[in-house]
Structures are given as C-alpha cells and as structure tokens.
Ligand binder design. Structure first.
Ligand SMILES: C[S@@+](CC[C@H](N)C(=O)[O-])C[C@H]1O[C@@H](n2cnc3c(N)ncnc32)[C@H](O)[C@@H]1O
Length: 284
C-alpha cells in the first residue's frame, strides 16, 4: 500500500487479517485490549476479566511476559531521558501511549526540561478516558492528546502540528505498538511517513515484539491464543525487519538490542530476558 502526504490509506476489513480493524477501537469488555492487558501485566487496575484471562494465558505460555512489559516501560523511561538530556530534544510525538502509569513521557521529559512539549496519540477509548492525567503538563511546557489510529498518519501529523513545530527536531516514539499493525497495513511506510515529516536531527524510538526472541512453538501458541481472545492481533518481526524501520537514521549506541539491554543504568539488569527488540535512531 502507498501512503501519500495527505494521510496513510487504511485497510478494509478484508485486507486486515485477524480482525485488526482500522479506526477508533470500539469499547469492548468481552475481548482483550492491548492497552488493558499491558496495564494488567504492569500491575494496574484498569483492566477487565477478558484482559486478565488473555494475559494469564500468555503468562502460561511465557512466564516472562510480565518482565517484558516492565522492561519495555523501563526502556521508555531511559529512552525519553536520553532524548531530553544527551539529544536535547524538547518535542515528543508519543504514538501508542497506553493507559497512563508511572513515568509517562511528559513526566520524564519535563522533569529534565520543563519546557518540553508532548503530543500523545492512542486509539483506545480507555486511554482517552484517562487522558486528563496526560494533560497535566508543567507550566513551561505543554501536552496534547489525539484520539487517532496510527494508520491515519496524515491526520496525526496535521493535528500534532498544532502543538509541535515540525521545523525543529521531534522525537517520534512508537513503544510496543508496531506489532499491533499487521504487515497488510505496511507499518514500514507509516514509519517512513512519520520520519519524512520531521527534520534532520529528529529521533525515532521503537520497541516491538521480536521474532527471534521467543522459541517458535511458544510464539505460535501465543499468537494463536491472541487470535482467539483479543481485539488486536499481533505480528512478531525479525531483527532485520525492525532495523528497516530505522532506514534514514543512525542508531545511537548500543544499536538494536532487547529492551532490557538498552543503556542500562549502572548496576541494573540481569533480572530476565524480554521478547522485545528496541532501538533509538537519529535522522540524518
Ligand atoms: C502496550 S501499550 C504501550 C504503552 C506505552 N507506549 C509503553 O510502551 O509503555 C500499546 C498501546 O498502543 C495502542 N495502539 C495499538 N494500535 C494502535 C493504533 N493502530 N493506533 C493508535 N494506538 C494504537 C494501544 O491502544 C495501546 O494503548
């Protein structure tokens, strides 16, 4: 599929296998939602029986899933900290925000640079219901929330321009969201369109379920279980496929690694192995 400057075209039901319907997510408590299942794995309370049942089934297949969720959240914190300090970024476009929890992007960034501006994007009504917590900006900075589907990329970019100055560097963060975009919706074009919209010196940060990080049998069992229980369907991607999201950027050290290995704080680590690849790249 081709994405033009006006907006990424969205797939129809027929071309979105596994029921990943494009557009705002319905509020459905009979099926697991990604945002609510992740909240459960992180020990939150904004989840329903279907989310807990789905996540418990994943935990049976891979008891390390809760570690993966925590390690991913910790990576988000370290990446935003790096972006606000060493990279000097003051504008963030955080797509796939999730239910607010400890260490939201604006909190981490504004603790370092209060003037930071953060635009959040998610398409789940439960995240929208909690958006107030994300709008709690420092006085010097600003935050905004956009209720939109990542696949509606043109709309996100035009609405984000109300707060972000796209002539200055922006960090685009896509943490634990791209595996919810099926190949049929061409996630590489979506990421390329986001990178096209930001100037040189901008950053891209991604975490995504990694094909090689879980044995094939467990991965198939997990994806199969998700097909039966979840509204969103997931696509694991190889290290090479994840690396291609970063075309046109230079990866900062340590490159593309599992989330628990990216710029660990001294003395931290060794608690487990996640199933997510991650990297941070600087646009050339
Ligand atoms: C697992 S949560 C990750 C939250 C946060 N980024 C983190 O890493 O801690 C993924 C979020 O992406 C959102 N999401 C998934 N597909 C999306 C899409 N196509 N458009 C917008 N948001 C999406 C889900 O609703 C969910 O809130």
């Amino acid at each position: 599929m081709k994405h033009d400057q006006k907006g990424a075209e969205m797939t129809t039901d027929e071309t979105a296998p596994g029921g990943n319907k494009p557009g705002p997510l319905p509020f459905d408590t009979t099926k697991a939602h990604q945002a609510r299942g992740y909240d459960y794995l992180l020990g939150g309370k904004d989840n329903y029986a279907a989310d807990r049942a789905a996540a418990d089934a994943w935990l049976k297949i891979d008891p390390g899933m809760a570690f993966t969720a925590r390690a991913n959240r910790a990576f988000l914190g370290r990446a935003v900290r790096f972006l606000a300090t060493e990279a000097g970024i003051r504008q963030f476009l955080d797509i796939g925000t999730g239910i607010p929890t400890a260490g939201n992007t604006h909190e981490v960034a504004q603790a370092i640079a209060p003037e930071s501006r953060v635009v959040y994007v998610d398409y789940d009504p439960i995240v929208l219901a909690h958006a107030r917590a994300l709008l709690d900006s420092s006085e010097a900075g600003a935050t905004e929330y956009i209720d939109a589907d990542l696949r509606d990329t043109g709309t996100i970019l035009s609405r984000a321009a109300n707060l972000l100055d796209f002539t200055k560097p922006v960090a685009v963060t896509l943490m634990s969201i791209l595996h919810a975009i099926p190949d049929a919706d061409d996630p590489h074009s979506i990421v390329a369109m986001l990178l096209d919209a930001v100037p040189s010196g901008s950053y891209l940060a991604i975490s995504q379920f990694g094909e090689e990080l879980m044995p094939a049998e467990a991965r198939e069992a997990l994806l199969g279980s998700t097909r039966r229980t979840s509204l969103q369907q997931y696509t694991s991607r190889t290290r090479e496929q994840v690396a291609r999201f970063f075309d046109g950027t230079d990866l900062v050290e340590p490159g593309l690694v599992p989330v628990e290995e990216w710029r660990l704080d001294p003395g931290a680590g060794g608690e487990g192995k996640s199933v997510y690849w991650c990297a941070v790249g600087r646009k050339r």
